[in-house]
Design a protein around this ligand. Structure first.
Ligand SMILES: NC(=O)c1ccc[n+]([C@@H]2O[C@H](COP(=O)([O-])OP(=O)(O)OC[C@H]3O[C@@H](n4cnc5c(N)ncnc54)[C@H](OP(=O)(O)O)[C@@H]3O)[C@@H](O)[C@H]2O)c1
Length: 319
């Protein structure tokens, strides 16, 4: 079969021939791949830098895809393993990690949206179940996952939703996607802290895609401005675009009811993810979550890999 193949963690994948994987258990089958999202998580895995990476090479990148089973039914599925990814003509599917799609759904929309949308959908249903009218701050709301988190929070019943991010144009778009307020994150840490405190000191939940310095500054800014610090502030750590670590003064945990937890592979079980996927697919199929797929032939994977992402778009490789 044709596949994107990573032979070195220092190089983009090459488009080449590769032996098709063979089903090894009663739950596995080989499917035709129709569309694969090039998510940040895929790039991290192809660099050998994701926390689930085993270091094994060669590998086929791609963590999920839309495919077609031999019976013609189209499915959304998660990759079967770390090295057996989805960026190929064919991929191995563990049927327990696959969901049948509605017949009329646009496969590139599903491939583009599932990974970024799942991050907040699962977090706000499995990690900190959102209660009606709770308020949510999305830290890092200008990316695909962040802008979808704004919409997901609203869809799940949030009252006030505040989106915080850097890009002014994308921040404006968030308002049309349902954000009640937006906060611009700038290099001026004091001004950013003040703006976050004014807009979001009373939120119930923070959905954090940034971590690093922006989260390190935002936590004390919100807590010190909070009227009742004993009221829970649930911080859900989802991405680390701005840095893998933060500096957190211990007083932040003693002087306020700050509850930090993450949401991702490991903190949510495979069964937990699977249980959430059908309802999310329904939302994407119904168009309640805005998504802009950019289809690119899989044969162009090496060229597209090193090009910067266009904000708001998600590259979808099509075998
Ligand atoms: N745990 C999970 O379940 C899960 C699932 C999906 C994704 N994720 C993670 O979530 C993160 C976002 O994914 P995505 O699909 O939304 O990626 P994306 O579409 O590429 O968006 C990333 C955004 O990050 C912003 N950004 C970059 N550096 C920043 C900084 N220093 N400060 C503030 N904003 C910064 C950029 O916005 P500006 O244009 O405003 O700079 C960019 O649009 C990734 O880390 C991904 O791995 C986690």
């Amino acid at each position: 079969m044709n596949a994107a193949v990573v032979t070195s963690f220092d190089e983009p994948p090459h488009y080449q021939q590769f032996d098709a994987p063979q089903p090894g258990t009663e739950h596995e089958l080989l499917v035709e791949v129709l569309a694969v999202g090039l998510h940040p998580r895929v790039r991290t895995g192809a660099r050998g830098a994701h926390y689930t990476s085993t270091g094994a090479l060669p590998l086929i990148p791609g963590i999920d895809a839309v495919g077609q089973r031999p019976d013609g039914k189209r499915i959304y599925f998660m990759a079967a393993g770390d090295t057996n990814g989805t960026m190929a003509d064919q991929a191995l599917v563990d049927e327990r990690r696959a969901i049948e799609l509605p017949d009329d759904v646009d496969v590139t929309r599903v491939a583009a949206a599932m990974n970024p949308a799942m991050s907040s959908w699962v977090a706000l249903r499995r990690r900190v179940p959102l209660k009606p009218d709770q308020s949510v701050l999305v830290l890092g709301a200008t990316g695909n996952a962040g802008s979808m988190a704004v919409q997901v929070a609203k869809r799940l019943g949030a009252g006030r939703v505040i989106g915080a991010g850097r890009d002014p144009g994308r921040l404006q778009t968030l308002t049309s996607l349902g954000a009640d307020e937006v906060v611009r994150l700038t290099d001026d840490a004091a001004a950013t802290a003040g703006a976050l405190a004014t807009a979001a000191a009373e939120v119930d939940i923070v959905v954090d895609y940034l971590w690093g310095a922006p989260a390190g500054h935002a936590i004390p800014a919100l807590l010190t401005a909070r009227q009742d610090r004993s009221r829970a502030l649930d911080w859900i750590q989802i991405g680390a675009i701005a840095g893998p670590t933060i500096e957190l003064p211990s007083v932040a945990l003693r002087s306020a009811n700050l509850r930090i937890q993450g949401s991702g592979q490991g903190s949510v079980s495979p069964a937990g993810y699977r249980a959430e996927l059908p309802s999310l697919i329904d939302e994407i199929a119904a168009g309640t979550i805005a998504v802009t797929p950019k289809p690119v032939p899989l044969s162009e994977v090496e060229r597209i890999w090193s090009q910067p992402d266009v904000p708001g778009e998600r590259i979808v490789l099509v075998p």
